[in-house]
Ligand binder design. Sequence first.
Ligand code: MN
Length: 737
Amino acid sequence: MTEYSESDKKIILNAYKGLLRASKHARKTPEDTARIRKAFNVAADAHMSMRRKSGEPYITHPIAVARICAEEIGLGVTSIVCALLHDTVEDTEITLEDIESLFGEKERQIIDGLTKISGVFDFSTSDQAENFRKMILTLPDDVRVIFIKLADRLHNMRTLGSMRRDKQLKIGSETLFLYAPLAHRLGLYGVKTELEDLSLKYKEPEEYQEIETKLAKTKDVRLRFINSFTSPIKKELEKQGLKFSIKGRTKSIFSIWNKIKTKHVSFEEIYDIFAIRIILDTPVSDEKADCWKVYSIVTDYYRPNPDRLRDWITTPRGNGYESLHTTVMSPTGKWVEVQIRTNRMDEVAEKGLAAHWRYKENKGDKGSGFDNWINKIRDLVENNNSETLDFIDDFKLSLYADEIYVFTPKGELKMLPAKATALDFAFDIHSDVGIKCIGAKVNHKLVPLSHQLKSGDQIEIITSNKQIPKEAWLNFVVTSKAKSKIKQSIKEAYNKIAENGKEILQRKLNQLKVKLNDKSIYELVKLYNVKNFPELNYRIAKGKINLSKIKTIVDKGGELNYDLVKVVEPKKEKSTEEIIKTFGGKASETIILGDDSLKQVDYTFAKCCSPIPGDNVFGFITIKDGIKIHRNNCPNATQLMSHYAYRVLKVMWKSQKLKEFSAEIHFTGIDNFGILHSITDLISNSLNINMQSLNIGSNDGIFEGTIKALVHDTAHLDQLISKMKKIEGLNKVTRTS
Ligand code: MN
């Protein structure tokens, strides 16, 4: 701390004191406090020369991350220490060996994990899918790595204001795409909600602002409703001698925004939807009974909707969530969700698995839901060779899916995502069972493979050795394991058939004395108009190819004469780098739309969002169509930016206002009275174009002239030219170069 300036020292020590206060619960012994102090000193020294974009000393960031870990996620001293050190190995001279000798082996492992996945989360660096895979593989080692990473991201989102606009969009998109779902899966409800709200704030600032203002304006109405709704319940709970608190929770800005977008409702239709939460202060031994007691009191006053009762106490969700939910009718005719839980359950709900583990010892092992999920994901990553991006989408689904609980014939409990089918269950038991599955018995009744399971179902799978996986299966399975196994075995089956076809082809070619090599393969693929060689083989095996056609070519040239046929190399897909190179720029450069010096850049406007000048836009490098310009709020934007950040280009309009530029048009025609009037009328009145100059000369009944006019873009100019061509008497209209 010696070389920090006095004013920096003040800021840093203040932040550090805040961390100590926030970590009070975690510090049990003087040694704990000493470890945090040591980590703070090491990190403060290491980051001494660095500053954040906001201008603050860099060390304020690790302190803030450590504080989030302590205060908002409820993690212990080791995590706090690691959070303080989380950027040291990557950004400073400190090595992993230093960490181990100064702190210990566990700390080294966690920092190692954090350093390894730091590139994983930065999607712009390299292949995102591969990185993602690596990240998941680090998951089971120590979930604290992910918790600290989420705290890191949360602090970065909170301080996103000082970043450049394009960074804000990219980081915001990534957060929405990956971090928020991950927080959800880990049960960090508070973190998830804040991440979503902050992403929205930067991605759609105006819409965010609007909802925020409207929420503030309607606050009183909501409070009054909550008070009148809860007052009879309060009285009754007090009478029964229960200790409790009641909260009314509004929807988050993001979830309101999301509802407005996806359900096409107005703010006014949903602003008053909220949940009433009754939190009991009750010993662990009484919690279930007391929660049901409260349920009974609530439903004495308000009629419940029997379809909306959720008992997450008897069977907690996979992320550890426990609560009793019911939806009741208020006297004003509005459905209100009531959540009943204890302090302990509430902490689990807010802080997720971190809190769950703390209580695990007291309650026996109920937390296997998460371990179970992690194991499945790990299994999937390790045995998966299919399309990686597909896999990420499947994985994302698994982050949000609710679970159902079903049983094997022997009564063993299995957890599956909601909407899982009998076939998903078969694959969950074993890949071979899934592949051979022909049907199932659910609660002793025969059902098809696509039958959707419900919690409590008991399932017996029926298999047959003759079964072959079908493409159509992919339409109804929901688990990533089933999906990837089905795809894999379809591919295997295809290749096997193609292999037979190749043998048939080989025999035919032998007869004709034609060699099978690259050239003949190319000719054959062209002759039969198929995508590739395996497809040709497949079709041969299926009897869909008339092999005698080969002879006609051989006959024509006496043989299959490749030298006479110009062999065109099949077009290879260009790599991104090559594409960028053809555009003569680096991916990090900004493209200015409407800049004449960038004429060689081949860009078009995406059809999905049709940007017009003035929209906030970005460029996306496509494989075949050059650069496509999308609006930042294009429905595809989040996916593109987060999946393929390295193909995203910064794009700006030359001026954010509608720009006009000057164009010169040359024309000739037959000199006749009134033609001049027709031209000026067309330009100024019907097309609203500003004319800068008009020169006309005539010679022997033929006249020619030039017009300088202001147009918005080439399309505008083309429109003008084609309209002019329609004027009677004008016979040549061209743009002068
Ligand atoms: Mn960081």
